[in-house]
Design a protein around this ligand. Structure first.
Ligand SMILES: Cc1cc2nc3c(=O)[nH]c(=O)nc-3n(C[C@H](O)[C@H](O)[C@H](O)COP(=O)(O)O)c2cc1C
Length: 116
């Protein structure tokens, strides 16, 4: 949960995320409703794990919850970086990923979905 996260702070996070993720072959989506952040991270497993540890220990939010994690064969997103979308659009993508990959198929690219 992003307690007290302002629109400006969120914009800073998004700017940094877009640059860093692009440089490290991470794709994904993020939604912020003014209180809660929901995010999907997709990319090489070791990079996603490293990034998730950083995000988890970021003092700008609390109560980070990993909702699901899956191996995927095909990306859900175009290009690298981090797209901002509405919480409902992001939720629909997360549900479709879980439906397709929830059983943990063998795959080339791991996916990591997170609710904070
Ligand atoms: C909700 C939230 C989502 C974030 N998502 C990303 C992200 O996708 N990519 C990224 O590089 N940093 C992201 N950050 C920022 C990281 O938590 C962290 O500040 C950044 O990786 C720099 O870490 P460092 O200070 O250990 O170098 C996010 C932060 C928050 C609070």
């Amino acid at each position: 949960m992003a307690n007290g996260l302002s629109a400006e702070e969120f914009a800073e996070i998004l700017k940094h995320a877009r640059e860093w993720n692009e440089q490290h072959a991470i794709r994904g989506a993020i939604a912020f409703d003014g209180r809660m952040v929901t995010q999907i991270l997709e990319g090489p497993e070791e990079v996603v794990d490293l990034l998730f540890l950083r995000i988890q220990s970021d003092p700008r939010h609390t109560g980070v919850v990993l909702q699901s994690r899956a191996d995927i064969e095909q990306s859900q997103f175009d290009g690298f970086g981090m797209s901002r979308m509405s919480p409902s659009d992001l939720y629909m993508i997360a549900v479709s990923i879980e439906e397709k990959h929830g059983s943990g198929d063998s795959a080339e690219t791991p996916l990591f979905a997170r609710l904070a």
